[in-house]
Design a protein around this ligand. Sequence first.
Ligand SMILES: [Zn+2]
Length: 440
Amino acid sequence: MQKLAVCISLSLCQFLATTVTRAQSTAPAALTVIRCGTLIDGLSDTPRKNQLLFIRGQHVDKITDAAAPIPTGATVIDLSSATVLPGLIDSHTHIFLWGEDPAKGGYDANILNAGIALRAARATFAARRALEQGFTTLRDLETEGAGYGDIEIKQAIEEGTIPGPRIFGATRAISTTGGYNLEGYAPELDMPKGAQLVDGPVEARKAARQQLEHGADWIKVYMTHRSWVDKQGNLVSQPTLTVEELKAIVDETHGWQKKVACHAYNGIGLQRALDGGCDSIEHGLEISDAQIVQMSKQGTWYCPTLAPYYGDWAPENTPGGKRDRARARVHETSFRKALQAHLKIVYGTDMGGIPWTEPIAQEFARMTGLGMAPMDAIQAATSRAAEMLDMKGEIGVVAPGAFADIVAVSGDPLKDIRVLEHVRFVMHDGSVFKNELAKQ
Ligand SMILES: [Zn+2]
């Protein structure tokens, strides 16, 4: 009898559990409706006035005119005096980097003076800061000696332990012997390096495999390292990997259906990056006309990161000072050429190199200052970046089916791009993270 009773109650429990689970899975997710004064959807060139944005759970359900009825029980967020945009995407950051100010010990202090717990705490701050400023997705291009920490920060965000954006992490990055910091110390010292150093295609492929195995969403490769100005005043950059080495990495990474981002300033290293089949060129300070044509033909993404080359200049008549000025000068020319050739330009800041306390949206003014239309700059930080990240239609756009990553600003970013430096409302995956604008 007792056995039978247990059996019955067990079956009842199972039945109830199944029923509850079914009820939970079929119940529609809560509905939130956002009233948008102006909607810039990330894809269209024309903003729309007075729209209603219906959000169910994590996704955008539909978009209608303001006159459409709002179901009772829906949470309404009134952003009717604001401009609403998709969550922004920064395609080049370093959450584990804490500035490179020479007065604060430069790059080396990040690795020499900070233990892994301090670095993780700083990365946690950076992730939160990005979200607060409306950047709901980051392509984080290497941890600068902090191993696979980016993938673990990403995990902490995904499990809800800490707030932060969607992260596409590159883990350790790859360069060659003599191709990355820390350097300049006594040769007897075995110094830690900010990237995984390889020599030869076998080691290169192995490093890519190790990084992919441990969760890299992208592989980052340094194709140039030091730069200086030669006797003729030209910017010269030391190349690192050979075409053969890079091809091994690209071949391996593409096999995993992932992509390769190449840090490349100019010259031989940039040429090798293109010949090796790199998916995105990072910085691209000086791109020749032939290289512009090659990028266009190969469909290479261009992530210029203009902002960091305007800070921390060495004094004018020193070798470092000449280099710093030459870098900014040639970069402007390359950016204008890339614009004219309609290269696929994405928004990237190199935050981390720039302190995380500074506005992440400062790159917008740099881009528009060099002739990019404000709407084009916004698309570089939304739908175009989403396409590079193989997330077309899912992020970087306000459209039915997309993740509800939504931001809002007071004012019109098409008239004053700097309003994007003051994002006042942030929704990530359908949850409001920040709201300085509206009562709910
Ligand atoms: Zn970088």
